[in-house]
Design a protein around this ligand. Structure first.
Ligand SMILES: Nc1nc2c(c(=O)[nH]1)N[C@H]1C(S)=C(S)[C@@H](COP(=O)(O)OP(=O)(O)OC[C@H]3O[C@@H](n4cnc5c(N)ncnc54)[C@H](O)[C@@H]3O)O[C@H]1N2
Ligand code: MOO
Length: 412
């Protein structure tokens, strides 16, 4: 008996894209120390050359490279030392043929110089002369003006996530603040008469709330501010009250549990009541996660996630996180995969997208994916996994030794 109609994952994704059209969050200016992991709201272009002047990469003597050609241990080239570059200061020396100046690592290259001889490749017979024992080519031991980043080059593109190396490049170019997308505020509600908070000792028949904690962690990782609304009893009125309060205070609502077809599964009714019938779908052909709900209450998307923890986390990663990325205008998805061979066959049902937990085992030069078997109520199967393998809806399973892409969940 079918109580709800499952739609294909691809169709569900398209419906979400359609409903979230135009709902991208606003932007805000943040300092570099707050920028890590944020999504860029507008392109950033360098206004300056980096480095702003040509500089030495070694301690030694700035010269014209061509003046050293042919120099070696037995035939040193003779130079006049005409000055010294001081660290952090401009030099006005104009180097002529046969002249050299002493220069520290990072010092400004004088006009006319195009290379630096390392200290250990030279001798100083007296304070004003230099014997070069090894030739240097023009450009050797030097970073020229603009070689790192030239003025006008893009430092960041709209829609990318800011990484530590981006923060370094912004700092180098004097960008002390950056315009990023505001963090979506997501309310998480756990439902269930049997569910008690982590701080409680469950009595017979009760279980601790796993989902609101695991989902909060995933959504914070995806760039959201999470507001945990605690545990709501399986009462229609209680869920109605919680959602009507939440809807005015957040960008998105995620409800855990109560998504199936039991008498205590009220999420659909509540969305219908508050959202004037806007339940977009109930049931997606994925495993785990079949009884997933998506609806809109006004402009606030609401996801109803299955209560079984692995199903809740799978739907969060495959359906809710992409929705967050739409709200954030995030163009480049941060999913990291590595190729591996299946250690055993896994059957699947054509027409359904399956997501299986796997452990990675390295043998010789390649990885093998060993399925972590177990029901979707077992959180330990998620903790034991290194990654997730997707069996697409057009496949009937995976063969032993077949190559797959493993989405890493242990990237930290
Ligand atoms: N007759 C049917 N029964 C079920 C179906 C179905 O199609 N027909 N689908 C099954 C599938 S698949 C899943 S997944 C679950 C989803 O159920 P609900 O979303 O309604 O969730 P609950 O019934 O509230 O809970 C299911 C299970 O998960 C435990 N749970 C709930 N919340 C939490 C939490 N925050 N932390 C930890 N564990 C939680 C709950 O105690 C139940 O054991 O429905 C199947 N049934
Ligand atoms: O989605 Mo339920 O998907 O099997 O635990």
């Amino acid at each position: 008996m079918e109580y709800f109609n499952c739609i294909a994952l691809k169709e569900a994704e398209q419906l979400i894209v359609n409903k979230l059209d135009g709902l991208i969050v606003g932007s805000e200016q943040v300092s570099l120390v707050e920028a890590l992991g944020r999504i860029v709201a507008e392109d950033v272009v360098s206004k300056e050359d980096l480095p702003p002047f040509s500089r030495s990469t070694v301690d030694g003597f700035a010269v014209r490279g061509m003046d050293t050609f042919g120099a070696g241990e037995g035939v040193p080239a003779l130079f006049d030392i005409v000055g010294e570059v001081a660290m952090g200061q401009q030099t006005d020396v104009q180097l002529k043929p046969g002249q050299a100046v002493t220069i520290p690592t990072g010092g400004m290259l004088p006009m006319g110089a195009d290379a630096v001889v390392m200290l250990e490749h030279a001798e100083r017979p007296d304070s004003s002369s230099l014997l070069v024992l090894k030739a240097v080519a023009p450009g050797e031991n030097v970073v020229v003006k603009g070689e790192d980043i030239s003025a006008g080059r893009h430092l960041l593109h709209q829609g990318q996530k800011i990484l530590p190396q981006d923060i370094g490049a912004l700092a180098a170019c004097g960008c002390a603040a950056v315009l990023v997308r505001q963090k979506p505020e997501v309310v998480i509600i756990s439902t269930g008469d049997e569910v008690v908070d982590v701080a409680c000792t469950p009595v017979s028949g009760q279980i601790r709330d796993i989902n609101s904690y695991a989902l909060a962690a995933m959504l914070e990782d995806a760039g959201c501010i999470v507001k945990r609304y605690g545990i709501v009893k399986d009462q229609y009125e209680d869920l109605l009250a919680a959602l009507s309060q939440a809807v005015n205070r957040c960008t998105m609502i995620v409800v855990s549990g109560g998504s199936s077809v039991g008498v205590r599964d009220h999420t659909v009714r509540v969305i219908k009541e508050l959202g004037k019938s806007d339940v977009v779908f109930h049931g997606v052909a994925i495993k785990p996660g079949k009884p997933t709900i998506f609806g809109m209450i006004g402009k606030v998307p609401v996801f109803g996630l299955p209560g079984h923890p692995v199903a809740a986390m799978t739907v969060c990663s495959q359906i809710v996180k992409p929705a967050i990325q739409i709200l954030l205008g995030q163009m480049i998805k941060d999913v990291y995969t590595i190729p591996a061979r299946m250690l055993r066959s896994m059957a699947s049902v054509p027409g359904r997208d399956d997501y299986i937990r796997v452990q990675l085992i390295k043998k010789a030069n390649e990885y093998w994916a060993e399925p972590v078997l177990g029901k979707s109520g077992l959180i330990s199967t998620m903790s034991a996994a290194d990654g997730i393998v997707h069996i697409a809806a057009d496949k009937g399973g995976l063969y032993s030794e077949e190559m797959v892409q493993v989405e890493l969940i242990t990237k930290q």
